[in-house]
Design a protein around this ligand. Sequence first.
Ligand code: C2E
Ligand code: CA
Ligand code: CA
Ligand code: CA
Length: 278
Amino acid sequence: AKAMSDSAVCIFQSDMETTFQRKFKIEHELTVALSSNAFQLAFQPVVDTESLRVVMLEALIRWPSGETSCDPNEFIPIAEESKLINPLGRWIISQAMAQFARFKAGLGVDVGLSINLSPVQLRDKALVKFISATLEQENLWANALTFEITETALLENEPQIIKTLTEIHQLGCNIALDDFGTGYSSISHLLHFPIDIVKIDKSITSQVTESGKGAAIFRGLVRMLNTLCVEVVAEGVENHQQYLECKSVKVAKIQGYYFSSAVSESVIVNTVKSLNRE
Ligand code: C2E
Ligand code: CA
Ligand code: CA
Ligand code: CA
C-alpha cells in the first residue's frame, strides 16, 4: 500500500509539472506568435432560424502554427492570466474588422460581425476609444458590430467593466451574453446590463432532442428570454432535429456545425453564398 501511494504522489507531481511546463511554454510561444503575426481568424456563420439566411459572422481566433497544438479554450485563459490578452485582444478587434470590411461587399447581403471580448479587456480604460477608432478606420457602422462577453465579467459589478459595456453600447454596438446556461445564468444580469443578445451554450442546445429535463430547460430558457425581449441565439446546433426544436420554440438565430464551422476569410464568401442559396 505504501508503494502504491508513493507512486500515486509521484504521478500527481509529474502531472503538475507537465501542466505547469506546458502553460509556461504556451505563454512564451504566445508572445512570439503575437509579434510574428502567427494568429489567424476564422468566421462562423449565424443564421436566422426562419429564413435560414446568414445574418452574422462570429470571429474566432486560430493559432495554426503553434508548436504546441493548442485551441483557444486552452490558450485564451493563459493569455488572460499573463496580460497578453490586451494586445492579443486588440489585434483580434482590428484584424476582424479589417477582414470583415474587405469581404463584406462580396457577400451580397447585409451581415453583422461578432467579436469575443475577455473580461480582462473590459477593464482596459482605453478599449472603447480603440473600438471607435477602428470602426472609423474601417468605415464600419457601429450597429454592424456585436461584442460577446461572458457572465464572469459581470459577477463582481466592477465599475470599470460596467462603464466599458455602457460606452460600447452607446457607440451603437450590440452586446451579447455568451455561454448562457453554463454559469450563474442570472436574470438580473439581463436587467442591469445593456444586453441585446443571449447566446445559449451548446451544452444546453445539445440536449434539446434528448428526452427529459434537458429539453425542458432549453424550452423554458428560450421562452423566458423571448419575453424579456433579448434576442436568442442557440449555439452548437449540429443536426436537423436540433434545428427543428429551435424553430418550434422560436429561437431567433442559430449557429453550429449543422450550417458551418468557422472558416477562413478565403472561403467565407462562398460559404455564406452557398448557405443563402440552399
Ligand atoms: P465561444 O465563444 O463559445 O465559441 C464557440 C465555440 O464553439 C468555437 O470554438 C466554435 O468553433 C465551437 N462550435 C461552433 N459550432 C459548434 C457545434 O455545432 N458543435 C460544437 N461542439 N462546437 C461548435 P473555438 O473556436 O475553439 O473557441 C472556443 C472558445 O475560445 C470560444 O468559445 C471563446 O470562449 C474562446 N475564443 C475563441 N476565439 C476567441 C477570441 O477571438 N477572443 C476571445 N476572447 N475568446 C475567444
Ligand atoms: Ca462567442
Ligand atoms: Ca459560446
Ligand atoms: Ca465559450
